[in-house]
Design a protein around this ligand. Structure first.
Ligand code: C2E
Ligand code: CA
Ligand code: CA
Length: 809
């Protein structure tokens, strides 16, 4: 007889199952009624009531066969069955059998009624068929080979009917055992029935000639049974040890919520021979418990999910019983989880001490694997994420952009963003404030692009990548990023302005690989620093000079610290008197290998690479030094120094200028600082503040390249400046273009009402100078009157000027 597992079927099916059990019972009873008395006469008195304890013992102590996840229980009921069929009247035999089933199934095992009914019915059919088989024989008095044969046939027939009923019940309950499982059950039943029936017949036959042998054979059978149990235990232990070794050996770092963890759990379940293995893991952040469950696929209530996840608020109870055993998973930081096995398969005894030990071993191994998995994940995180902002670092950003490129067949826009003034904030307000600024910008970027790639690619530099936009879109996207991120930010106690420079590169136009696109976006971004923040779209021209840029920046850094950057001085003249009013200091540098390099090339590079501050310092010192020397030589000429936007906004610049003036002993009124309009555009409020501070030193301020920027004339009104320099672009076509003349005229008009002098630069022709004079421009500067020249040359040039031209302003 095989045991049947309870399930959770519908009411109708449950009723059908009850019907099958009842039908079996009815068939058994009917057959028993027709069965004649046994033809065999016992040579000794065999009280029928002895069958009850024999049946009960056979039912209570089944022999287990375990093969991987299949478990077969075989009972030794053939012994009381043969005894009963040969020595007891069919009705009494049936009564004893049913009584034993009742006690075992209903009272001790607490099976549901349907299961008891099936077990009782199957037992009744076996008893009846065995009795019928023996009854057809002619009375012989002693057991013969013929009796043995019919008895065997009767018992096997009873077995077959019971099996058939069982398979129909399983089918009704929705469990379809595999063909292999059915075959295994059949074979085990056939063999065990044949062997045990034969053994019983032989034992009883022997008792006919010598009743005392019954005691010997019973003792022998008992001993063999015990041996078998011992062997089974040992074999199971060995098999378990081998499986455990296999389990442990294959165990690497595992993440708790990975598919691998589910597979491991299933493997552990098989090792433990249990129906359910539940792993409860505590979520560090939420404190709630997540359950991961590995279940026997044959368990009807969980038939569709082998491992499932559910959430529970509290930790699972931890107490052990024969039905369920539990142990905790301990990691280096305490309780990691709780592992619970329930429903021991293939045994009627439930869990034993050995199972608890096995569970503990498995828990220990799992805890180690999960711990290592966690460490590995941490390591991976720290290798791919930026520690400060939590954004992907450069390598990870590149990987994610690459992913975006392969997943998005259309365009991808890669934007490089630099936080201007990050360096200055860091230097002047400390690293903590600088860090907070970056965290704030990172947050704003993430909010602005919730679906795109956002990463930190360097100190104050970030990258953003989004798909499906055209090139027009790149510029607009860059602009919208600026609009969303720029503005005031409260960092600690400080209110600061966030300003960005933005460069873009698009795929497929500007490249196909993430690395190329990121680099090109960054090149465009550096350019954007000189274009009021951009966005600047990358162009092939940037690439051509890429290597040269590197070489230039490296050599420039060295040249500045060695004082190898020189100066040329270009005079300015008063239009009305023709006198020299001062000179403009212009940086000059010759690269050791590349030859002379124009300021138009190295000044933007110095700005982009952070060298401009040092360069300005050296120009300021050198030109004021020259100014002092000219004065000593009798030439009273002021000097104008060009100052970049970034330098003007630097709060340390004012004190630096003051110190240099003091050191060189030059009268502050002789110094003019030339600033471009972009200074004023980037942060007007701050710029005006700085300009006022500079002006209180007593020096003059000039707006360079006037007319090229976005500023309008009305800007002039609020600015503390002394001079505007009309850009060369307006001067070039002055004779031909009436519009240019109109601009210059307007500039002169407004400047004069504000008390600001107007200088025209890049004057190359006499006609230009004549026009400028007629428009009321105060001063001119250009190749027509004088080219930029070194300090000594300027002194000699000035010495040969007519005396009236030499006088200073
Ligand atoms: P800028 O301040 O507008 O300087 C005037 C530029 O025009 C100078 O070019 C000068 O040599 C050139 N120039 C003067 N007269 C004429 C003319 O009649 N015709 C033509 N075609 N050009 C004329 P340079 O020296 O190449 O300087 C270029 C720019 O580099 C400057 O433009 C200025 O913005 C920047 N720069 C030069 N030295 C420094 C410096 O020490 N610091 C900073 N921050 N910028 C500098
Ligand atoms: Ca200038
Ligand atoms: Ca200029």
């Amino acid at each position: 007889m095989s045991s049947m597992e309870p399930a959770a079927p519908s009411a109708l099916r449950r009723f059908a199952v009850l019907l099958i059990g009842a039908a079996l019972l009815a068939i058994g009873a009917a057959l028993t009624r027709t069965a004649g008395p046994s033809p065999v006469r016992a040579p000794f008195a065999f009280p029928a009531v002895l069958l009850f304890p024999l049946y009960l013992a056979a039912l209570r102590k089944p022999l287990d066969f375990e093969y991987r996840k299949d478990a077969q229980s075989v009972t030794l009921v053939q012994l009381p069955l043969v005894l009963g069929a040969l020595l007891v009247t069919p009705w009494l035999h049936l009564l004893m059998c049913l009584a034993a089933q009742l006690v075992d199934s209903l009272l001790l095992r607490r099976d549901p009624p349907s299961k008891f009914l099936y077990n009782a019915g199957a037992g009744a059919v076996e008893v009846a068929l065995a009795a019928t088989a023996v009854g057809v024989m002619a009375a012989t008095g002693t057991p013969s080979p013929a009796i043995w044969l019919v008895l065997l046939i009767g018992i096997l027939a009873g077995d077959a009917i019971g099996q058939l009923a069982l398979q129909s019940i399983l089918a009704l309950l929705g469990r379809r055992p595999s063909g292999g499982e059915i075959r295994l059950t059949m074979i085990v039943n056939l063999i065990s029935s044949t062997v045990f029936t034969s053994a019983a017949v032989v034992a009883i036959s022997a008792a006919y000639t010598e009743p005392a042998t019954l005691a010997v054979t019973t003792a022998l059978a008992l001993t063999m049974g015990l041996f078998y149990r011992a062997y089974r235990k040992q074999a199971a232990r060995e098999q378990g040890a081998e499986q455990l070794y296999g389990f442990v050996r294959g165990l690497g770092p595992v993440s708790v919520d990975s598919q691998e963890a589910s597979e491991l759990l299933e493997e552990a379940r098989l090792l433990l021979h249990c129906r359910h293995l539940d792993l409860a893991v505590c979520d560090e952040r939420t404190g709630s418990w997540h359950h991961r469950l590995a279940s026997d696929p044959d368990s009807a209530e969980l038939a569709d999910s082998r491992t499932t996840l559910r959430e529970a608020p509290a930790a699972p109870e931890q107490d052990n019983s024969s039905r369920q055993i539990t142990t905790s998973l301990l990691g280096s930081q305490g309780l990691v989880g709780v592992l619970t096995a329930s429903g021991r398969l293939g045994t009627t005894r439930g869990f034993e001490l050995g199972d608890v030990r096995l569970l503990e071993t498995i828990a220990l191994e799992l805890a180690t694997a999960f711990e290592r998995g966690r460490l590995l994940a941490d390591l991976r995180r720290s290798a791919t994420l930026d520690g400060l902002t939590g954004l992907p670092n450069l390598g990870e950003t590149e990987r994610q952009v690459e992913l975006l490129l392969t997943s998005d067949s259309s365009e991808v826009v890669v934007v490089a963003v630099s936080v201007d003034s990050f360096r200055e904030v860091n230097d002047s307000l400390g690293h903590q404030v600088g860090d907070d600024l970056l965290v704030e910008v990172a947050q704003r970027l993430r909010n602005a692009c919730p679906s795109g790639v956002v990463g930190r690619i360097g100190g104050g530099r970030f990258a953003v990548a989004v798909g499906a936009l055209d090139t027009d879109g790149a510029a607009l996207f860059g602009l919208s990023l600026r609009a969303q991120i720029e503005g005031t930010a409260q960092i600690g106690a400080v209110d600061m302005h966030v300003r960005l420079s933005v460069g873009c590169a698009t795929s497929p136009d500007n490249g196909h690989r993430a690395g190329t696109l990121l680099r090109r976006a960054e090149v465009a971004m550096f350019s954007a620093r000189q274009a009021a923040g951009g966005p600047v779209l990358w162009e092939p021209a940037y690439e051509i000079s890429g290597q040269r840029r590197m070489a230039v920046v490296t050599a420039l850094r060295e040249a500045i610290s060695n004082g190898a950057v020189g100066l040329a001085y270009q005079p300015k003249f008063d239009v009305a008197s023709g006198q020299v009013t001062g000179v403009e200091a212009l940086a000059r540098w010759t690269h050791p290998a590349l030859g002379p390099i124009r300021p138009d090339e190295f000044i933007p590079l110095a700005e982009a690479s952070g060298l401009i501050g040092a360069l300005t310092t050296s120009v300021l010192r050198d030109s004021l030094g020259a100014c002092a020397r000219w004065r000593a030589a009798g030439l009273e000429a002021g000097v104008a120094v060009n100052v970049s936007a970034l330098t003007v906004l630097d709060p340390r610049f004012v004190s630096e200028v003051a110190a240099t003036l003091r050191e060189t002993g030059v009268n502050p009124t002789l110094l003019t600082l030339e600033l471009t309009e972009s200074v004023l555009l980037r942060d007007p409020a701050l710029a005006v503040e700085r300009l006022n501070e500079l002006r209180t030193l007593g020096l003059r301020l000039s707006v360079d390249d006037f007319g090229t920027g976005y500023s309008s004339l009305t800007y002039l009104k609020g600015l503390p400046v002394d001079e505007v320099k009309v850009d060369k672009g307006f001067v070039d076509a002055l004779a031909e273009d009436p519009a240019d003349r109109a601009v210059v005229r307007a500039v002169v008009e407004i400047a004069h009402t504000l008390g600001v002098r107007v200088v025209a630069e890049g004057v190359e022709k006499q006609e230009q100078q004549d026009s400028l004079a007629s428009l009321g421009v105060d001063e001119v500067q250009g190749y027509l009157l004088a080219r930029p020249m070194p300090e000594e040359a300027l002194r000699r040039w000035a010495a040969q000027l007519p005396a009236r031209s030499r006088a200073a302003r």
